[in-house]
Design a binder for this molecule. Structure first.
Ligand code: PMT
Length: 220
């Protein structure tokens, strides 16, 4: 593979997990570390691309070879993606984005004395950023989404991936299994990549860096 096969390309990559604020001190979050997205960003920059990394609460250092935009919530991430995707040749949505956020963000810390023994949270649906990008896709732009599912049956995992692909409308969907010790936070990943027709175009397992290289081969 030539080291500069992505030269001249602008690639927007999201990484990490969004945090949805409840009050000034608490949030609803997920266990994404940002490792897979950071591996994609680092590899794409090494292959010559101009990379904009939209980073949500990373647990690993961001590469110094990319333009970094720090975000926290799903709505922040959506804003940053909207601002940068217009002139991107490819957008890779590796971030774990919350599907729901608390319907109201309290101005003061929620207090046990006010809520009693149980507390019910009302949540509001967040916009589907990837589906929005697909709906307004520029000609020639490549959109890559991820599907994180907990099912152990490989066929069911793939079926869920295909259903998600149909809902999102992206060019490639990277299906990975996540669980207590898989996908999230691990240094390794195992993926199957579907094209827009739902056919498997790549199967890869290994370090997140090696998986990133295989995904980038599809764009290149
Ligand atoms: O960060 P690591 O610890 O390295 O872990 C990597 C990973 C498991 C987080 C990563 O490989 C991964 O699977 N990322 C996607 C996680 C996710 O949100 O999956 P999903 O199946 O819920 O969402 C499907 C796709 O839609 C994703 O591309 C997501 O970015 C996007 N999405 C989701 C919700 C939303 N409101 N808007 C979106 O655009």
């Amino acid at each position: 593979r030539p080291q500069s096969d992505l030269a001249g390309k602008r690639i927007v990559i999201t990484a990490g997990g969004t945090r949805e604020p409840l009050d000034p001190v608490r949030f609803l979050g997920n266990r994404s570390s940002g490792k897979q997205g950071v591996a994609l960003a680092e590899s794409a920059a090494a292959r010559g691309a101009t990379v904009i990394l939209i980073a949500a609460n990373l647990e690993v250092p961001a590469p110094t070879t990319v333009q970094l935009l720090l975000v926290s919530s799903a709505l922040d991430l959506e804003r940053a993606v909207t601002e940068t995707a217009a002139d991107a040749d490819a957008v890779i949505m590796a971030a774990a984005v919350a599907d729901y956020r608390p319907a109201t963000v309290r101005a003061d810390k929620i207090k046990k004395d006010d809520t009693g023994d149980s507390l019910v949270l009302e949540l509001t649906r967040n916009p589907d950023i990837l589906a929005g990008l697909a709906a307004g896709k520029k000609p020639g732009q490549v959109l890559i989404g991820f599907a994180a599912e907990t099912e152990t049956d490989p066929d069911l995992l793939l079926a869920l991936g295909r259903a998600k692909l149909a809902r999102k409308g992206c060019d490639f969907l990277v299906v990975n299994r996540v669980g207590w010790s898989e996908g999230f936070a691990s240094d390794r990943n195992e993926v199957r990549v579907l094209d827009s027709a739902g056919d498997i175009v790549c199967e890869a397992s290994g370090t997140k860096m090696s998986v990133a290289q295989r995904i980038l081969d599809l764009i290149a």
